[in-house]
Design a binder for this molecule. Structure first.
Ligand SMILES: Cc1ncc(COP(=O)(O)O)c(C=O)c1O
Length: 357
């Protein structure tokens, strides 16, 4: 794919953050973005890198009315000697194509998407922070741009990628969080959009997570829409439990996002010969197991935190601690292994790291 590059003029360069310890998440954006348009009959055309800036959209653009929007989230890390590394980027673009199929949006060849992201990283190389734990967050996004109010799939789309430096999620390794089991609202239903990374899912999640935070919890545990019994996800992460000597996670039943970190944890557990099972987990089993100690660890997995140990679950007014609210041994082991591979410090046995020259 031939990508035209138009660099920001020196006077229009954005100010780089000086202090890497206070980057936060999603507030600072790099100098450039990748954009590419799609029209039915023409296909994808005009791939370009341009200075970061506002998009011009018709007020009738379909994304603004019927929510045809999907996105991805991945990170670029500084490896040994300042090299640039991506962690399993092809998995994100394969998932983006699954999301696109569900929302009647066009497929993007994974090779083209990887070209786009690596070209953008080379242009904005100077934006990738260096300290351990920091990274450059990458947000590929696709929106429906055709102007029209008829309810049908758009004939025109914009695919763009923006990036920005983000801080370390933890100051001193993973810290356990307080979780509220959400019994009123659901994030997704089987047959709905839950397994797609569509903005609509996040809109559906906002009220429950706002209420939980106002009540002093860090995040919510999502239950299945049919019956509110089976555990699905935690906040914007997949969920794992250590029950007895087994690692257990709910199966990808249609309403759960197939996380890249989830897949990495499953692969490592199998490699380490730890029994793993993908099976439905009922909230009753979680509350009983945490109380009687058969559930020794629970943790969320996702790109942002990698591993987020759960310190307690609160359900129907009763709060139970997991592992006295300390970070469990396996949570720590998965965290150290995955972050070690991401930063190029541990052997990449599964060829997960993609180096950008
Ligand atoms: C709803 C939801 N589930 C799970 C995940 C974890 O996916 P991944 O490990 O690919 O980041 C994410 C985050 O990206 C998410 O938004």
């Amino acid at each position: 794919m031939e990508i035209k590059v138009t660099l920001a003029s020196p006077g229009n360069m954005r100010e780089k953050p000086g202090d890497e310890s206070s980057l936060g998440f999603g507030k600072i954006f790099s100098d450039h973005m990748f954009v590419m348009r799609y029209r039915e009959g023409t296909g994808w055309h005009k791939p370009q890198i341009v200075p970061y800036g506002p998009l011009a959209l018709d007020p009738a653009a379909m994304v603004l009315h019927y929510g045809q929007e999907i996105f991805e989230g991945l990170k670029s890390y500084r490896g040994p000697g300042g090299s640039l590394c991506l962690f399993r980027p092809e998995k994100n673009f394969e998932r983006m194509n699954l999301s696109a199929r569900r929302l009647c949006m066009p497929q993007i060849p994974v090779g083209d998407a990887l070209d786009a992201v690596t070209t953008l990283l080379r242009v904005d190389r100077g934006w990738i922070p260096a300290s351990r734990g920091t990274s450059l967050y990458i947000r590929p996004t696709m929106i429906a741009t055709e102007a029209g109010l008829g309810v049908r799939p758009s004939a025109e789309y914009l695919f763009y990628i923006i990036t920005g430096p983000v801080g370390s999620y933890y100051a001193r390794g993973p810290e356990p969080v307080r979780i509220l089991v959400e019994e009123t609202y659901v994030r997704a239903v089987r047959g709905g959009l839950g397994e797609a990374k569509a903005g609509a899912n996040y809109a559906a999640s906002l009220l429950a997570s706002k209420n939980a935070k106002e009540s002093g919890y860090d995040q919510v545990l999502w239950l299945s829409a049919d019956g509110r019994e089976e555990v699905e996800e935690v906040g914007t992460m997949n969920i794992f439990f250590v029950i007895g000597d087994e690692v257990v996670t709910p199966p990808l039943s249609g309403s759960i996002l197939p996380g890249v970190t989830r897949d990495s944890v499953l692969t490592l557990a199998r490699e380490w010969k730890i029994p793993v099972t993908e099976r439905p987990v009922e909230i009753g089993e979680v509350m009983r197991g945490a109380a009687d100690g058969t559930l020794s660890e629970a943790f969320g997995t996702g790109t942002a935190a990698v591993i987020s140990p759960v310190g307690s679950f609160s359900c129907g007014g009763r709060e139970v601690m997991v592992q006295r609210s300390l970070t469990g041994k396996l949570s720590r082991r998965f965290y150290d292994e995955i972050t070690g591979i991401q930063y190029g410090e541990l052997e990449d046995r599964h060829r997960w790291v993609h180096r950008v020259e």
